[in-house]
Design a protein around this ligand. Structure first.
Ligand code: CMP
Ligand code: MG
Length: 447
């Protein structure tokens, strides 16, 4: 805590109103020659020099050798704040210095949100620095670095991430991935409206890896571009067969194929060209394709603002081709209503966390109702994800939701199974729910 230091805080002025984050981000002032901390002390914060100059000393006293001289903008004290071991050196103000205090807990939160490989590398680098010069005088307790060693938590997570990246990259090249298809039902008519293609991967080395896990790792590692291209080619090729089971029904839009894309992929220049090539090559009418874009990744400013990564422009190009766009997992991210205002979506998909409570929780029902009202007002179609029982289905019909998707209608199935399932449905008639027995499914959990 800043109060432990003899330095005075800017927040100490009683005439100022209290600041909520005082302890986490206050400024501290130290006089010439004053120690900010000494080697061997516990490290509860890192510092950034706002004004003044600070020297790092290789020992606990003024007479210790100077290791570094730091000025405005530079950070120090990050080692103990990150590895939670005692201070490796001392820090002393040379002139009157104002420092920005960064609480170790805040750094810990930031780090824990980052990739385990990045965390591991950072911790390994700090451990290496300590080996080369540590003046804490405290032998490093083995338990403190246990999570870094083979078998430790962080080591395991780092290894798992890198193994997934390597094996997934190989699986894409050898086509060792599968697509399963889950139907979306048109709620008013009871007809099959379309199918969402879902990726499945069962690497021999790792056992089953959930799509949530490998897609998140692919997004972080950049592998998502190859994965997306693989999915697009495979799905559009298989669609040629699946669509033959879905003859057009007069006065109804064609049955569609929905593909999940992530914001980083959409930000790639040239995606619209690839899509155009696919639909021409496979002879697929553009309005049979729907791209689902998860709300989770949309707010990331680096994709939005970088002129080289023009999501809005690519989305418009995709829409100009005649392909539809759905805002996926609506309600789970931080995209906000500005997303619907600025980006050319044609439908929304309401996340299952809301849908699955609409018959038991009044607040969830109200939220879903409000989302449906919003969709209707904006002229967007709506899909309810995760419909698992008749009561939820009936409620959604009553609320006027356009499509329903979930185990109540069907689980995701491989291409032959979904084709057999479609053939078992009453063509052009209202389906009865639950629909006729699904053929053997893969037993894989759906999304
Ligand atoms: P920490 O160990 O928390 O506290 C002492 C800080 O001094 C340390 O973090 C680094 O920020 C800094 N430090 C340690 N060794 C050196 C060095 N050799 N050169 C520059 N800065 C150092
Ligand atoms: Mg989806």
């Amino acid at each position: 805590m800043p109060e432990r230091h003899s330095g005075t805080t800017d927040c100490a002025d009683p005439s100022r109103p209290p600041v909520a984050d005082k302890q986490h981000f206050s400024r501290l002032t130290f006089g010439p020659g004053e120690f900010i901390f000494r080697a061997g002390e516990p490290g509860d914060a890192a510092y950034i020099i706002d004004r003044g100059a600070v020297e790092i000393l290789g020992g606990r006293h003024e007479s210790a050798a100077r290791l570094a001289l730091l000025g405005p903008g530079e950070m120090f004290g990050e080692m103990a704040a990150i590895d939670q071991l005692p201070r490796s050196a001392s820090a002393r103000a040379i002139t009157t210095s104002t420092l920005l205090y960064i609480d170790a807990l805040c750094l810990k939160d930031l780090l824990q949100g980052s990739d385990p490989v990045v965390q591991y590398i950072l911790q390994a680098l700090i451990a290496r620095l300590r080996k080369r010069g540590d003046y804490s005088g405290v032998a490093v307790h083995p338990a403190a670095t246990a999570h870094m060693r083979p078998g430790g938590n962080l080591h395991n997570q780092m290894l798992r991430t890198l193994t997934v990246v390597s094996d997934l990259s190989h699986a894409i090249q050898t086509h060792d991935l599968e697509l399963h298809y889950q139907p979306l039902m048109h709620l008013e008519s009871g007809r099959i409206a379309g199918f969402e293609a879902l990726m499945r991967w069962k690497p021999a080395s790792l056992g089953q890896v959930s799509p949530d896990e490998f897609i998140a790792i692919a997004e972080r590692s950049g592998l998502i571009h190859q994965l997306g291209a693989w999915m697009l080619h495979r799905a559009t090729r298989e669609w040629s067969d699946i669509r033959s089971c879905c003859p057009p029904v007069p006065d109804h839009p064609p049955t569609f194929l929905s593909l999940n894309f992530s914001a980083p992929e959409l930000s790639r220049i040239g995606l619209a060209d690839i899509l155009e090539w696919c639909i021409n090559e496979r002879n697929i009418p553009a309005n049979e394709l729907n791209l689902e874009l998860t709300e989770r990744l949309l707010p990331q400013q680096e994709y939005r603002n970088d002129p080289g990564f023009d999501i809005a422009g690519t989305m418009q190009q995709v829409r100009n081709l005649g392909i539809n766009l759905a805002l996926d997992d609506m309600g789970t991210g931080y995209a906000g209503l500005g997303t619907l205002q600025q980006l050319p979506f044609s439908s929304i998909k309401i996340d299952k966390s809301f849908i699955q409570k609409i018959t038991t929780c009044e607040r969830s029902l109200q939220i879903v109702q409000a989302m449906l009202l919003l969709a209707r007002a904006l002229g967007l179609r709506s899909t309810a994800e995760g419909v698992e029982d008749e009561a939820t289905h009936r409620k959604l019909v009553e609320l006027g939701c356009t499509y329903g998707q979930g185990y109540y209608y069907a689980r995701p199935m491989k291409k032959p199974d979904i084709m057999a399932w479609v053939c078992g449905q009453p063509v052009g008639q209202v389906a009865t729910y639950p629909p006729s027995e699904s053929p053997v499914t893969s037993g894989v959990e759906g999304e």
